[in-house]
Design a protein around this ligand. Sequence first.
Ligand code: PEP
Ligand code: MG
Length: 550
Amino acid sequence: MPEPSFLNVMSEQSSERTVLCGIGLSQGCVLGRICLFNENRHSNLPMYKVQGKGVEREMNRLRQALDLVSQRLDGIRERVALQIGAAEAEIFTAQRLILEDEKVLQEMRSQISNKNSNAEAAVISVLDRYEARLLEIDNEYIKERATDLGEVRRRLLDVLNNMQPSLQCADQEHCQRGRNRIIVAVELTPSLAVDINTSETLGFVTERGGVNSHAAILARALGIPAVSGIENIHSRISCGTELLIDGSAGEVIIWPDEKDKEKVTQVASERLPNVRVSGFSVAANINTSEDAAEALNVDAEGIGLYRTEFEFITAGRLLTEEEQAERYSRVVQTMEGRPVTFRMLDVGGDKAFDFLNLPKEENPALGWRGTRLLLGLPELFQSQARAIARASCVGPVRVLYPMIVDCDQFLRVRSMFQECIRDMKQGTIQQGVMFEVPSACLSAEEILNEVDFASVGSNDLIQYLFAVDRNNEKVAPDYRTDHPLLWRLLETLVQAGEKTGKPITLCGEIAGVPEYAVRLRALGFPSVSVSPRLIPRVRRALNLQRQGKE
Ligand code: PEP
Ligand code: MG
């Protein structure tokens, strides 16, 4: 595998193979680079004494933080109930109850009014005291309750200081924020497991945490391999170190050799039955060419979304036409004739390319991004169009334009593509749009008459439909994947697809939730595209539902 240049500068530790034994929390064997969880965000909080009006202000800050954390826990509980299960969702009810405990609340308030502490000091002093008492008791169940207290404290401190749990690489510019990475943390907490987007997390390694911890339960439910009890792992690794984790054996191998790596392939082939769904296809979402092997391994019926911008983000620079052609052709070759959908560079918003030196924007979510940006950067566009045309000689490809706003914009970008590749030898290239901006959905029929296919990007569609930031924790309860208006809109898109005879699929995160995948099929979608790891689970739900078992 070509080593991305940024990884070379990160590790000063030796790259010697080292085997470490811990406790397996969640089965599975996985190989990947690591991403470190930022544990020290609360080490430098403001601590001050208050008097008079200051007391009132701190009381208000505490009250607001308690309200917001309660709301967030409700949101998480609903999300976990839907995506994982009702029993797992109860973890967050337990944390919510701590926030309603009158004795705890009274002690925090009295810390502010009688001891003149600020809100942060009050939270830390009261919750730390309770946590320490519970930790003294030699009982696993009670120790778990202590973890809940720690979680609630972290959540309150995050809100009071406007912070978020985050993944932090030494090299911020190239940080993958856990995508396709093994996350290493001191402790695997439920917040870590649900707050970060785990749909693309490869695995977890932690120093602490028991088999029955809430987080271990969540990791198992999410099917993410996890190992804990690896003491001092932080001193042996740095961002980008390669690890192999075997959740069944409770083993972690730093810088594994080729023989170790064979084990990953072996375990992968022993997975659960993964039966195709008759009359409905499930394709894979991938980020880099290296993900294609996993897509094939789970028998994806094609690549429904190749987020090509991640090739550039991983390399940390612009890629030449030659470099792109090499990666793209490799994906097409790996997929052995199954269609590969290349999404043209979707830059902007939360996926800024520092190396493009674009001016800073006040409101990047609504700024120069998606197809709007592609139309304004013809050279970048040309290198990608030509690289895709070269890959089309290896097998069938589809080109997908992000953030299309109306039919005219699609016609312009399609003719720009055709102009770029006019002189080239090419294979089958279909052209399609993403429905992720409401204006495009309103003109669905007109657009569908022009395209070969379309794919609904529900992640952004929800963001723009309800004017709710998809990345902002504070507004997460309003990011409603079950909102009836969303489903009404999806239905009109399916109808437009049927009327025009054009295939329409959905590649946003909701398709990876088994219950929603079933609902999308019932609505009339003929296919979906999800992260490769979710394919067996989605197929299982669809097959069971057809047999009347769910
Ligand atoms: C989407 O918006 O639903 C989508 C699939 O694209 P991304 O998540 O990359 O924006
Ligand atoms: Mg999108």
